[in-house]
Structures are given as C-alpha cells and as structure tokens.
Design a protein around this ligand. Structure first.
Ligand SMILES: CC(=O)SCCNC(=O)CCNC(=O)[C@H](O)C(C)(C)COP(=O)(O)OP(=O)(O)OC[C@H]1O[C@@H](n2cnc3c(N)ncnc32)[C@H](O)[C@@H]1OP(=O)(O)O
Ligand SMILES: N[C@@H](CO)C(=O)O
Length: 255
C-alpha cells in the first residue's frame, strides 16, 4: 500500500512542473487526496458496503471537488491535476499512468444499467474541461484536447480535439514539427518547448509562419514561370536566402 502511495506522489513530479515538494503534494493536492479516498471507497464497494462506499466518496467530493464513483476501477499512478469539477462514473475504467485535468467528465450517455462509461487505457491524458461520454475505449497514450467532447472510440497514440472530437490530422503534426524547427532557428526557443499547453504567442507565430510559407511558395512559382518565359529573375528562391535579408531582387529594365 505504501509503495502505491509513494508512486502516487512521485508521478505528480513527473507531470506537474508546479510541484515543489512531497510535503506540498501530500498537503495541497486535491487530486492526490481524491485518489486515496477512492481507494478506500472502492474497497468498501467491492466488500459489499455500498452505502458506506458512496458516503466516503461523497465526503471526498466535499473535500476535493472531485467526484469519483466508488465502482470506478482505477489503475496505478493516476493523477488528477487541479481537480475541481472532475466527475468519474460508476462503470469507468482507468488504466495505469493516466492524467486528468480539472472539469473532466468520464460520463454515460444511457440510462440503462451495465457498462455505460468510458475505458481509458494506459497513459491517456484528458485536457481540462473535456467530456468523454459513453462506453468507448480511449486507446493507450491517446490525448484528448481541453474542452473536447469525445463520443467515439479513440485509437492508441492519437490526439483528438473539438466538439465532437476528431483526430488531429497527422499532416498538421508534421507541419507543426517543421514550424518548430523554423521558429527555433529564428530564436523563438520557447516556442515548441511544449506541445501540452496551448500558447497564444505560439499560435500567432504559427499563423505568421504559415503565411510566410504560402507567400514563399507563390513567389517561387512566379520565379519559375518568369524564368520559363525567358525573363531573368534572381535564381535563389527567397526561402533559401539567409535570415531575413532579402536582396535587391531584379533590375526593372530587364523585365
Ligand atoms: C492551469 C493549467 O494549466 S491546467 C492545464 C490545462 N491544460 C490542458 O488541459 C492540456 C490539454 N492539452 C491540450 O488541449 C493540447 O492542446 C493537446 C493535447 C490537444 C495538444 O496535442 P498535440 O497533439 O500536441 O496537438 P497540437 O498542439 O499540435 O495541435 C494540433 C491541432 O489541434 C488544435 N488544437 C489543440 N488543442 C485543441 C483544443 N483543445 N481544442 C481544439 N483544437 C485544438 C491546434 O490548434 C492544432 O490545429 P492546427 O493543426 O489546425 O493548427
Ligand atoms: N499544474 C500544471 C498545469 O497547471 C502546471 O503548472 O503547469
């Protein structure tokens, strides 16, 4: 049991840059308290003391703002960051190393008894405010964007965002990696340092870079067309020029 508690504390340091000390985690992390209380309530649930289990879970909700039904099955190193407003339904199953942020619901869509809440496989991260609804599987290491509403199963390893949630286009992931490289060269070292947190500055830079790429492509196409038409134009495509210096392009008389 103590090993489990130790893991519950250690995993906070892996997943929350704000965590400073073990004492702080033990005394001020509602997600940690909620997991401990759930262990007790789940034990009572399995032992058949259903009302007591519900009552313990209810006290946990008062104390932490996190509501976990005692019937929910939760794996090891489960971390709920911030926690307020998290609701986990009776038939939810959560694997090892999963992370939820505040405002997440693992909910049902049916009034029938039986399995009606999601199953999160190992390593799943669910962003703040996301709702995962129905008896669906969220595959290993999948990530659910904040405020998404997930209604269909999610394959392992992918990121889903939006309402209803859709898989983030792998092509856009490649583009993002490419933009990270370019931004790094331009000296924006903070940009791309993390892909876990939405960043408004990175968002603005993304769009500027997209715009610059689109202009580069159009200019290169024009250069080719002019060259093909026998009109002399600088050989070096703009994208190949160093830094931001753009040389004097052409002599108007030559056009
Ligand atoms: C106080 C606190 O800090 S509490 C912590 C709160 N933090 C969270 O809840 C983190 C949750 N994480 C997220 O929502 C992240 O954005 C993630 C996990 C979805 C990012 O996943 P990644 O696979 O890295 O996706 P990436 O950032 O490359 O974005 C991919 C696309 O999805 C979009 N996207 C990312 N997050 C969301 C979202 N929550 N909703 C809608 N669209 C989104 C991006 O704009 C991007 O679109 P584009 O390709 O058209 O530009
Ligand atoms: N606790 C996380 C999210 O708020 C951080 O500080 O980054």
């Amino acid at each position: 049991m103590f090993n489990r508690i130790k893991e519950d504390i250690t995993c906070v340091f892996d997943r929350d840059p704000a965590a400073q000390s073990v004492f702080e985690v033990i005394t001020t992390y509602p997600g940690f308290h909620a997991v401990l209380i759930h262990r007790l309530s789940h034990f009572c649930w399995l032992a058949g003391f259903r009302w007591l289990a519900r009552f313990i879970a209810h006290i946990g909700r008062w104390l932490t703002g996190i509501e976990i039904h005692p019937g929910a099955v939760i794996g090891r190193r489960f971390f709920i960051d911030h926690g307020m407003g998290v609701v986990i339904g009776e038939t939810a199953v959560i694997g090892d190393d999963c992370t939820l942020y505040h405002g997440v619901t693992l909910g049902g869509t049916s009034w029938d008894k039986g399995k009606r809440h999601p199953t999160l496989h190992n390593g799943v991260v669910v962003g703040a405010g996301a709702k995962v609804l129905g008896p669906i599987d969220i595959g290993e290491n999948a990530r659910v964007g904040s405020n998404s509403v997930v209604l269909k199963p999610v394959p392992a390893g992918v990121t889903v965002v939006g309402i209803p949630a859709h898989v983030v286009d792998p092509k856009s992931k490649v583009a993002t990696a490419e933009r990270d490289k370019i931004a790094y060269k331009m000296g924006f070292s903070a940009y791309g340092a993390t892909t876990d947190m939405p960043d408004p500055i990175a968002y603005a830079i993304n769009h500027m870079l997209d715009h610059i790429h689109a202009m580069d492509n159009q200019i290169e196409t024009l250069q080719k067309a002019l060259n093909d038409a026998g009109i002399k134009y600088p050989e070096t495509p703009i994208s190949k020029l160093d830094g931001c210096e753009i040389e004097d392009g052409y002599d108007e008389d030559e056009l």
